[in-house]
Design a protein around this ligand. Structure first.
Ligand code: NA7
Length: 535
């Protein structure tokens, strides 16, 4: 197979990161760039996740791109927490505004990327059977982009329609009057269940682990607010640069026990009623480190659930008990708990009464048989590493990335790995962008990579590779950061614990966005300390 072409850079994925990376490299550095995208359109997460109820859990105006004043001026968000159809329109608007599509090859999945040591080139093979060689390879594949379908016995036997939430049918499917089964109760399920419960005939939700959810506080943006938001953009983005997770909310600089129980309760109530993530990432600073402090907030949520769900037995099933509050992603909801007060909705605890087998028309637990017309899998993703693992990435001397990471990822800054020269893993494992109001950190990642490529180009450097000691230190630091926190106690996707057989460890960088940004900046200003650069 001969190279179709040799270009400066290939980007894998045309989601929020890939689109901005293309704009930076092509329009600011003047490079010859190609993006390969498996979908038929731009948008990544917001292209694939079309399930009813899908929306931002970040304030819309803190989530969009910040790099273009013109774009900020031209785009109006309709709701404080924008729904998927609007989010996709926004990303399509960005693609048109910056004329990104001509450099994107849609409906094209990257199968392999092999590094040619002699020529210092990456050779990319796609499912179209063609190959492209490039100097720089940037993976922008996202952290929640490989749907996970668990091995539930008999799943292949189900004869009626069934799909994963991230593969919601493009044609309009109506659930009206239908008997629907849903497996999973994560952030996706919480959004979807609330929406579909409005018109399904019968809904059966199979829950393995109850989650701590919190009201989203969404509403339309008024005209006056629109004007104010535009004025406030510099302040909004400045605020996001300073907070731990680049959200508008940030932890208080006090312990949950610095105040009286009454004051604490009042503060929880206030945060509960505020829109967004303040209740999770804007609470007392020891909530995610001190089990006793954590329990005060966990019990507050359980009491809220008990007050909203009529049947005390169902309420207890919905009360999370096996993991600390906030150690799994807190789903934001809008009437989720009240769904279980509907006569046509049933909650089934599959921790105590596991699914034995999926049948042709439903499923059987150890207790009961269920029949549906449609089965929806809201079972999450092979997160963070899943999409990289599915590409045959081979670096120097044929080193296979998936093999190198079989015992957990090893990276420097979550941006690169020893043995893989000229590869940048935007929002990769261990990257600060993984525990972040993601577009804020995507911009940081993309700008850092672009500056680095500019530096290499201007200095005639043909190859950049992570040093072993830098990788060892960062990889250890990523795990160190969560020692002494409660995160390791939860079976979360943060810990890789949602995928059977996956190494259990922290896959995200939880040191906070400001520290991550500072570290990246310092590496760059010290001539890419921790890397070897070769002419
Ligand atoms: P999540 O948060 O990983 O949730 C997946 C759900 O599927 C969760 O309730 C799981 O239960 C359940 N699940 C997974 N495997 C099984 C099996 N084998 N049997 C029964 N139930 C299962 O994915 P989401 O899509 O909701 O959210 C992902 C992220 O997207 C979210 O964090 C936001 O950042 C946006 P479990 O809790 O593992 O017991």
């Amino acid at each position: 197979m001969s190279d179709r072409e040799i270009i400066d850079a290939v980007i894998i994925g045309a989601g929020i990161s890939g689109m901005y990376q293309l704009h930076k490299l092509r329009d600011e550095l003047g490079l010859d760039v190609k993006v390969f995208e498996a979908g038929s359109g731009v948008g990544g997460t917001w292209y694939w996740n079309r399930y009813p109820g899908a929306r931002f859990d970040s304030e819309s105006y803190s989530y969009g791109y910040s790099f273009s004043d013109e774009l900020l001026e031209e785009w109006n968000w309709n709701e404080h927490f924008s729904p998927q159809p609007d989010n996709l329109k926004y990303l399509e608007f960005v693609a048109d505004k910056f004329n990104l599509r001509p450099n994107i090859e849609f409906n094209t999945r990257v199968l392999a990327a092999h590094y040619d040591n002699d020529r210092n080139l990456w050779r990319i093979t796609t499912d179209g059977g063609q190959s492209t060689s490039c100097k720089f390879l940037i993976s922008a594949v996202g952290v929640l982009s490989t749907p996970f379908v668990p091995e539930i016995p008999g799943l292949e036997n189900f004869k009626k329609p069934s799909w994963h939430t991230a593969e919601w049918p493009r044609e309009n499917v109506s659930l009206e009057g239908k008997r629907v089964g849903v497996i999973g109760t994560g952030a996706t399920a919480v959004q979807m269940i609330t929406e579909i419960a409005k018109n399904v005939g019968q809904l059966t939700v199979f829950q393995r682990t109850a989650n701590f959810c919190k009201p989203i506080g969404n509403r339309p943006i008024t005209e006056e607010e629109q004007v104010q938001i535009k004025k406030d953009y510099p302040k909004i983005f400045q605020r996001c640069r300073e907070t731990f997770g680049s959200f508008l909310a940030d932890f208080e600089k006090k312990s949950a026990f610095d105040v009286t129980p009454e004051e604490r309760e009042a503060r929880y109530e206030e945060l509960w009623n505020e829109p967004g993530f303040g209740f999770w990432l804007g609470t007392y600073e020891d909530i995610l480190t001190d089990p006793k402090a954590n329990e005060t907030q966990a019990e507050f949520v359980r009491n809220k659930i008990r007050s909203r769900v009529n049947d005390p037995k169902v309420a207890e099933m919905l009360c999370p008990k096996g993991h600390p509050f906030g150690t799994k992603r807190v789903p934001l909801e809008n009437g989720y708990y009240e769904v279980y007060n509907q006569a046509n909705v049933e909650l089934v605890d599959i921790k105590n009464t596991p699914i034995e087998i999926v049948t042709e028309g439903g499923l059987r637990t150890t207790e009961q048989e269920f029949e549906f017309d449609i089965l929806i899998l809201a079972t999450g993703f092979d997160t963070v590493t899943g999409s990289l693992d599915r590409i045959d990435i081979r670096g120097r001397d044929g080193l296979v990335l998936k093999d190198k990471w079989s015992d957990g990822p090893k990276t420097y800054l979550g941006m690169g790995s020893v043995g893989f020269p000229n590869l940048f893993t935007v929002v990769g494992p261990h990257n600060g962008a993984t525990f972040c109001n993601i577009p804020r950190c995507i911009e940081q990642n993309v700008e850092w990579v672009s500056d680095c490529i500019k530096y290499l180009t201007e200095n005639d450097i043909s190859r950049i590779e992570v040093n072993q000691d830098a990788e060892d230190e960062w990889t250890e630091h990523v795990q160190e950061v969560v020692k002494g926190t409660l995160f390791p106690e939860a079976d979360s996707w943060f810990m890789g614990a949602n995928i059977p057989g996956k190494k259990r460890q922290m896959y995200l960088y939880a040191g906070g966005s400001p520290l991550y940004r500072e570290t990246c900046d310092s590496v760059a200003s010290n001539n890419y300390e921790g890397y070897t650069l070769e002419k």
